[in-house]
Design a protein around this ligand. Structure first.
Ligand SMILES: Cc1cc2nc3c(=O)[nH]c(=O)nc-3n(C[C@H](O)[C@H](O)[C@H](O)COP(=O)(O)O)c2cc1C
Length: 101
């Protein structure tokens, strides 16, 4: 993404979510979750295993990564070689999870 495009997105976010902390947080969760999913799909394509984790200490992660207070740690994603091939776990059928409208 070039700087002009990035600046445009920042300006949009600043105006759309101005003084709406809940909407800011919701959007951060959405955006970071989509980014994590993209990372995990790219990792899988490259032959890596990955695992999302939300059970962490946000303050400790903020300190470790030198994140400013304005940044919200949403997910950690471990990426590496799986110790052994894992069998696919049972998943709910997709028809149960979405409906076409
Ligand atoms: C949003 C999210 C957060 C998760 N957080 C954790 C976590 O903090 N610790 C953990 O052991 N597993 C966590 N998991 C579960 C693992 O990422 C993983 O899904 C689990 O080990 C089972 O993997 P599988 O069902 O694909 O085999 C989380 C899963 C999701 C979707």
């Amino acid at each position: 993404m070039n700087q002009t495009t990035a600046d445009g997105w920042v300006a949009f976010a600043q105006s759309a979510f101005h003084e709406q902390p809940q909407a800011q947080r919701d959007e951060a969760m959405r955006s970071a979750s989509l980014a994590a999913m993209a990372l995990m799909l790219a990792a899988a394509e490259a032959g890596w295993a990955s695992c999302p984790m939300s059970g962490f200490d946000p303050a400790a992660v903020r300190k470790l990564a030198s994140l400013p207070e304005s940044h919200l740690p949403v997910l950690l994603v471990a990426v590496g070689k799986a110790a052994a091939a894992q069998a696919q776990k049972v998943r709910a059928p997709v028809e149960q999870l979405w409906r076409r409208i």
